[in-house]
Design a protein around this ligand. Structure first.
Ligand code: NAD
Length: 358
C-alpha cells in the first residue's frame, strides 16, 4: 500500500475548508480540524483525518447537520448535563469539557454527561484539555448508532462498542499523564486502517463470525464480507476486565440518562458518542503544587527506571508514546495511505474542493 506524507498545516487547512464548505462555522471547523490532525500527529490515525469521509457520508445521508446545536439539560454545579442533539462531535465535546472545567475550577469538581454527540474522536484530547487547565479528568464513553462490534468475554458475538476510557492527571509545570484507550484490544478504526492498507491485524484481536480467531480485519466490517459470511467481533482487552469496563462505560455514559445505546437498533447510519466525565481540581486534594509535582514525578521516575525487557524499547508511562510521535510527525509529516487519501479527496470534491491543492 502506497503512502503520501502531508504536512499538519496543509491537512488542518484542508479539513477546516471542507467543514466550512459543508455549512459549519469557522470555529467549529477549526476545532474539528485541530482535533483530527492532532490525532494523526499523536499516532492515532484511526481517529485522525481518515474519519472525515465518514462524517461527510453522515452529512450526505442527512444524518449529521450543521444546524444541530447542543442544549444544556442541567447546569447546576457540580452537575452539567448537555444534550448534544447529534451535533458535530469534536466542538460539542470540547465546549462541554471547557464548561465543566470552569465549574471544577470554581467548585473543585464537575460531573459531566454529554449525551448523543456525533463521533467525538480521540478521548485523550479532552483529558489533555482538562489537564491544560490544571484538572484531573476521568472519562467513559459509549459508541452507539452502529451494530455492536466487541464480544463480551467468552462470547462468540458482539454486544459492546469499543467504549473508550481516558484519564488525565496534570503535573504542575510538566507534561500530564494521559491514559486513553478503547476497551477493545484494538480500536475499530485501527482495524479500518489495516483494511485500507491491506495488512493483517496481530493475532488475538479479532474473531470471525463463527467465533474463530482471525487476523483478517475484513471480519469486523460488514461491507468487506461476502453475503454468506457473518460479522465477526473485536475482542475486549484484558479478557473479563476490559469487557467489564466496557459495560460500565455504556451504562455511565448513555445508559442512565436514556441516550443512544448499543442495544438499540440504529435509526440511521452514524456514530454516536455519549460521554460521562468527572473533573477534579487537584489543588483541593494537595494545595501545594510543588509537593504534588514532586510526588508524581518521583513515582513516574520509579516506573520508568524498571529494566526493559528489550533494551531498545524504554519503559514508558501513559501519554509518552503520543508525545514522541507528535515530535516525529511534526518534523517528518503525517503519512496517509492512498485509500484514505482518495476517500478524503472524494469527500472534498463533493463540496467543490480540490484536496490536491493543499
Ligand atoms: P492504544 O492501544 O494505542 O493505547 C493508548 C494508551 O496507551 C495511551 O494512553 C498511551 O500513552 C499508552 N501507551 C501506548 N504505548 C505504551 C507503552 N509502550 N507503555 C505504556 N503506555 C503506553 O489506544 P487504542 O485503544 O487503540 O485507542 C486509540 C484511540 O481511539 C484513543 O484515543 C481512544 O480514545 C480512541 N477511541 C475513540 C472512540 C470513539 O468512539 N470516539 C472509540 C474507541 C477508541
Amino acid at each position: 500500500m502506497a503512502y503520501r506524507t502531508h504536512s499538519p498545516q496543509s491537512l488542518r487547512a484542508l479539513v477546516k475548508d471542507m467543514i466550512v464548505a459543508a455549512g459549519w462555522s469557522a470555529d467549529a471547523a477549526a476545532e474539528t480540524a485541530e482535533h483530527l490532525v492532532l490525532a494523526n500527529l499523536s499516532g492515532h490515525d484511526s481517529h485522525g483525518v481518515g474519519m472525515l469521509p465518514l462524517y461527510f457520508q453522515s452529512l450526505a445521508d442527512g444524518n449529521l447537520s450543521p444546524a444541530s446545536q447542543p442544549q444544556a439539560r442541567l447546569d447546576a454545579a457540580p452537575f452539567l448535563i448537555i444534550d448534544a442533539g447529534v451535533a458535530l462531535g469534536q466542538p460539542a465535546a470540547r465546549n462541554a469539557v471547557e464548561q465543566a472545567a470552569a465549574m471544577a475550577k470554581t467548585g473543585g469538581v464537575a460531573i459531566l454527561n454529554l449525551l448523543d454527540a456525533h463521533h467525538i474522536g480521540r478521548i485523550g484530547h479532552y483529558a489533555e484539555a482538562a489537564a491544560a487547565q490544571g484538572l484531573i479528568s476521568l472519562f467513559w464513553v459509549n459508541v452507539a448508532g452502529r451494530p455492536p462490534i466487541v464480544a463480551p468475554h467468552g462470547a462468540k458475538e458482539a454486544r459492546f462498542g469499543t467504549n473508550p476510557h481516558a484519564i488525565g492527571i496534570p503535573v504542575p509545570g510538566a507534561e500530564p499523564i494521559i491514559l486513553d484507550f478503547a476497551t477493545s484490544r484494538m480500536a475499530h478504526g485501527k482495524a479500518r486502517v489495516a483494511l485500507n492498507k491491506g495488512v493483517p491485524v496481530p493475532p488475538g484481536y479479532i474473531i470471525d463470525g463463527e467465533g474463530r480467531p482471525t487476523t483478517e480485519p475484513r471480519h469486523v466490517f460488514p461491507h468487506a464480507l461476502a453475503e454468506s459470511e457473518a460479522l465477526g467481533a473485536l475482542l475486549p482487552f484484558g479478557d473479563h476486565k476490559g469487557a467489564g469496563l466496557s459495560l460500565i462505560a455504556e451504562l455511565l455514559s448513555a445508559g442512565l440518562m436514556g441516550a443512544a445505546r448499543i442495544d438499540q437498533k440504529p435509526a440511521k447510519s452514524w456514530i454516536i458518542n455519549s460521554l460521562f466525565g468527572i473533573l477534579i481540581d487537584p489543588a483541593r486534594l494537595e494545595p501545594d503544587a510543588e509537593l504534588r509535582k514532586g510526588r508524581i514525578e518521583s513515582y513516574l521516575a520509579f516506573v520508568r527506571a524498571a529494566k526493559p525487557q528489550d533494551e531498545s524499547q524504554p519503559v514508558l508511562t501513559p501519554g509518552e508514546s503520543e508525545r514522541a510521535t507528535r515530535i516525529a510527525r511534526e518534523r517528518d509529516g503525517i503519512p496517509l495511505d492512498d485509500e484514505t487519501w482518495s476517500q478524503i479527496r472524494a469527500a472534498a470534491a463533493a463540496h467543490g474542493i480540490d484536496a490536491e491543492r493543499y
